[in-house]
Each structure stands twice: as C-alpha cells, then as structure tokens.
Design a protein around this ligand. Structure first.
Ligand SMILES: O=C[C@H](O)COP(=O)(O)O
Length: 254
C-alpha cells in the first residue's frame, strides 16, 4: 500500500496580512514534487483563510486550525465546520496539543469534533501526542492509544483522516524526536489501527510526525517506513518549508 506523503504547515497564531502574502509568494514560486507524490496543506489563522485560499497555488490546499464541535449558533468566538465548507476550506486540524493543554480539550471532546467535521465532509488532521512526563514515566503508548481510541470511536470514514503524532516535548522546543523514536510510535499506532479498526485502514491511513521538524532533519525522518509526512509549525513560516515538502522524494527512492 503506497500512502501519499503529506506535509502540513501549521502557521499557528502568527502573521500579518503582509507577512502572509509573502509566505504565499514563496510557496507559489517553489519547485516541488507533483501532487501524486506529496499532498501539501497549509493552515493560516482563521482571519487569513480566504486570502490564502485565493492566492495559493492550485496544487496546495488550505486547512483551518480548529472548528466547533457541532452546528453553529450561540457559541461566541467559535467557527463552525459549516462555515469552513461555506468558504471552501476542505481541511481542519483538530486536537492540537496546544488546544488540549491551553483550552482543556479532552480526548472525548476532540473525538466529537473529529466526528462532526467528518460528517460534513471536512478532511481532518487529527493530532495526538504525549507530554515529557508521560514519556519519561513510560506511558507514551497508553496515552496516544487512548487519544486515538477517542478519535476512532467517532470516525466512520478514514479516507479523510490524517493522524498526526506530535510529542508535546518536541513541539517548539528544537528537541525533535529521533527517527527511531518517531518510527517506534508510528508503528505502534499502525498496529493499534490494525487491531482496533482493521488491516485496510491501518495500511492506508497516513500517520505524520510533528515536533521541531526542519529542513535539516526532515529527510532522515521521512525515510522511516511508518512516517508518512509531517505537520510543521515554526519551519512552515520559513523558506525551509519547501525543503520539507521535497523530502517526499525520499520515500519514492526507497
Ligand atoms: O502543528 C505543528 C506542531 O505543533 C509542531 O510545531 P513545531 O514544528 O514548531 O515544533
């Protein structure tokens, strides 16, 4: 089963209208592998979604960084999945660890969000990952399995799901997981999908890595058999994001 390489760029809460246009210009001018080799999805803050969607090259896609857990209404400050679809945004990142920790989004709440977004036809980058304390206590797999279980309980159509393993201790720290560490968890996650969802879903679902990915470390990570791409934060705001996209060719050479 060949899984198309996936590179997401999570811009987080960064940028001005001018800076965003500069980033899009760099992306639009870049020479990158074709769409049949790599799927590229960039995720600006909500306020810049329409302008990025309007300016971005047609072979790249756009994602929101979150959406509400049910149909819109009296939920001040929230953005509904319906609104994203209404303005032509096909992807959404859900369950990012910064929202789990800063906004207390529980496993169950993330699972509900994933289920609702998928039910409307959105494609979802579903994030999981353990803290340093959980890793050091040896509970990495227990934690990410529980997170994945809560997501899987609400997924009926896995073709529109990309699972992003983002160890919290690697996010924004410069302490990237080693290729062995990433491969170990990705393989365990694929085994979990095999045992709890099914062999076909396990074989076809992209499991991507996030946490201090850079142009310097992406190739070795991309070379791991169960690393199907990346969700990139800081480096997605820089020209080196193009190098990370190009690491998709590492897979093709295997
Ligand atoms: O969504 C992206 C992850 O939080 C990784 O962020 P980072 O590349 O800045 O460590």
């Amino acid at each position: 089963m060949v899984r198309k390489f996936f590179v997401g760029g999570n811009w987080k809460c960064n940028g001005t209208a001018e800076e965003v246009k500069k980033i899009v210009t760099v992306l639009n001018e870049a020479e990158v592998p074709s769409e049949d080799v790599v799927e590229v999805v960039v995720s600006p803050p909500f306020v810049f979604l329409p302008v990025v969607k309007g300016l971005l090259r047609p072979d790249f896609q756009v994602a929101a960084q979150n959406c509400w857990v049910r149909r819109g209404g009296a939920f001040t400050g929230e953005i509904s999945a319906e609104m994203l679809l209404n303005v032509g945004i096909p992807w959404v990142i859900l369950g990012h660890s910064e929202r789990r920790s800063l906004l207390n989004e529980s496993n169950e709440f993330v699972g509900e969000k994933v289920g609702y977004a998928l039910s409307l036809g959105l494609k979802v980058i579903a994030c999981i990952g353990e803290t340093l304390q959980q890793r050091e206590s040896g509970s990495t797999m227990a934690v990410v399995a529980a997170q994945t279980k809560a997501i899987a309980a609400k997924v009926s159509y896995w073709d529109n799901v990309v699972l992003a393993y983002e160890p919290v201790w690697a996010i924004g720290t410069g302490k990237v997981a080693t290729p062995v560490q990433a491969q170990e968890v990705h393989l365990e996650l694929r085994k979990w999908l095999h045992d709890n969802v099914g062999a076909e879903v396990a074989a076809s679902t992209r499991i991507i890595y996030g946490g201090s990915v850079t142009g310097a470390n992406c190739k070795e990570l991309a070379g791991q058999p169960d690393v199907d791409g990346f969700l990139v934060g800081g480096a997605s705001l820089k020209p080196e994001f193009i190098d990370i996209i190009k690491s998709a060719t590492v897979k093709r050479q295997q």
